[in-house]
Ligand binder design. Structure first.
Ligand SMILES: *Cc1c(COP(=O)(O)O)cnc(C)c1O
Length: 427
């Protein structure tokens, strides 16, 4: 299967190249040349398979023969090496917990799959550098995914003092092939430095730069797989009228759900749940694309006003002749996020802010005859302080990763200066 650049349909490359390039010319996103679809009986069979075998079948629809089946199987097995839990909350409401990976957020799925594909396709002696900016969760997921891989250096830039302690400790204490740099500036400045590095052709060629950000097609396709797993765990008699609610920032997770639906997975409705950075809910309501300045919220991973996966969603709706108005969207304020966290705690479910937004949007839109799934994107321990403040009590959540807090931070400090970064990368 080939992938084309949405901004330039003539630019067509295979899966492995799309993973290596990340973006096409004019910063265009890659999109599959055609959209595979399973028959009803295929779907039935798929839903009885184990997660790894099923995921290989799904991914090979897009990858084709670019990667031999046994190799793909190895990549998938290494990447998806942790459980997914579907928890029943009440009668017709389920929670899909995607945070049981090594860094406690759903981003482990995409990052680990991408790392496997890159290390499989890389020439063995070739040295490459993965350069990424993070506002928290991506840094941890990417570092752990590439940790210890031969001839791959990972350099992560993050805004000094602007991420939570546990988030920082999770990726800045690893050492080995993981290099972390605390930049004096905000996340936008970090992202700017990454862009400048990619625009510097000499630098790019000398150190073989690659990015691991969320627009990489491998990260997106990996995420399609867990929607199948969710439904495989729903009792068959409840599968007719399914609604899924997805907390969204860059809309990668939502795009993946739409790809799952386009493959034939029986999802009736999809809800895009955002915080008050509500570019998409306003766009769907008015038809006007009018991003505002990004506002800080409790659900910081969704503080994004120009979701970079949106062009893929429009492309998908166009090809499937779907109506954008069938996409439900819901924007949730911090006040309502707090209410949601409290209500969930009353029914014995501890949720962090992103997950709470996903639940709140679901119950606001769910009808009596429907069965709903809300996506839990991060482990509550990552947002322990916020949750404790809202619930007014100390949480007894334990996790091995809390031990990271005591490890020494190995980050370099750097002013936001491209020449300094450039020299550093060339060392
Ligand atoms: C990244 C992230 C999101 C947003 O996911 P997108 O795919 O960017 O829409 C939601 N919740 C958490 C905890 C995240 O880390």
């Amino acid at each position: 299967m080939k992938f084309y650049n949405i901004k330039n349909n003539k630019e067509q490359i295979n899966f492995v190249q799309a993973v290596q390039h990340g973006l096409g010319s004019q910063q265009g996103l890659f999109f599959p040349m055609y959209l595979p679809e399973f028959s009803k009986s295929d779907i039935k069979k798929l839903l009885t398979m184990d997660f790894i075998s099923r995921s290989c079948l799904i991914l090979s629809q897009y990858i084709g023969n670019d990667i031999p089946h046994d190799q793909l199987f190895k990549c998938v097995k290494n990447a998806f090496s942790f459980p997914i839990h579907l928890k029943k909350i009440i009668n017709n409401i389920f929670c899909l917990e995607l945070f049981h990976g090594p860094t406690l957020a759903f981003k482990d799925f995409g990052s680990r799959f991408m790392a496997q594909i890159l290390s499989y396709t890389k020439k063995s002696e070739q040295k490459i550098t993965i350069l990424t900016a993070t506002s928290g969760d991506t840094g941890a997921a990417v570092s752990h995914a590439f940790y210890g891989m031969k001839n791959i250096r990972v350099v992560i830039l993050y805004p000094k003092g602007k991420i939570s302690l546990l988030q920082e400790k999770l990726f800045c204490t690893l050492g080995n092939n993981i290099v972390t740099i605390a930049i004096e500036g905000d996340f936008d400045v970090c992202q700017q430095l990454v862009k400048m590095s990619f625009d510097d052709i000499t630098l790019r060629k000398t150190v073989f730069l690659n990015s691991a950000n969320s627009i990489n097609i491998s990260r997106l396709l990996a995420q399609v797989c867990y929607y199948f797993e969710a439904i495989a765990n729903i009792p068959v008699y409840k599968r007719n009228n399914l609604v899924i609610s997805i907390p969204s920032g860059n809309f990668g997770n939502l795009t993946a759900a739409l790809f799952a639906k386009s493959l034939g997975l029986p999802i009736n409705k999809i809800i895009a749940a955002t915080n008050i950075n509500d570019t998409i809910p306003r766009f769907l309501a008015t038809g006007n694309w009018n991003p505002k300045k990004t506002i800080s919220t409790l659900s910081s991973a969704m503080d994004i006003s120009e979701p970079n996966n949106w062009p893929r969603i429009e492309e998908l709706f166009y090809h499937k002749s779907w109506n954008l108005h069938d996409l439900i969207s819901n924007s949730v304020s911090d006040d309502c996020t707090k209410i949601a966290i409290k209500k969930l705690a009353k029914i014995n479910y501890i949720a962090e802010p992103h997950t709470a937004i996903s639940w709140y949007s679901l119950i606001n839109n769910l009808k009596n005859n429907e069965c709903g799934i809300f996506i839990a994107t991060a482990h509550p321990i990552k947002f322990k302080e916020i949750i404790e403040n809202i619930l007014g009590c100390t949480l007894k959540i334990n996790h091995d990763l809390i031990d990271y807090i005591d490890r020494p931070t190995l980050s370099y400090n750097m002013p936001a200066n491209f020449q300094l970064l450039r020299n550093f990368l060339l060392q």
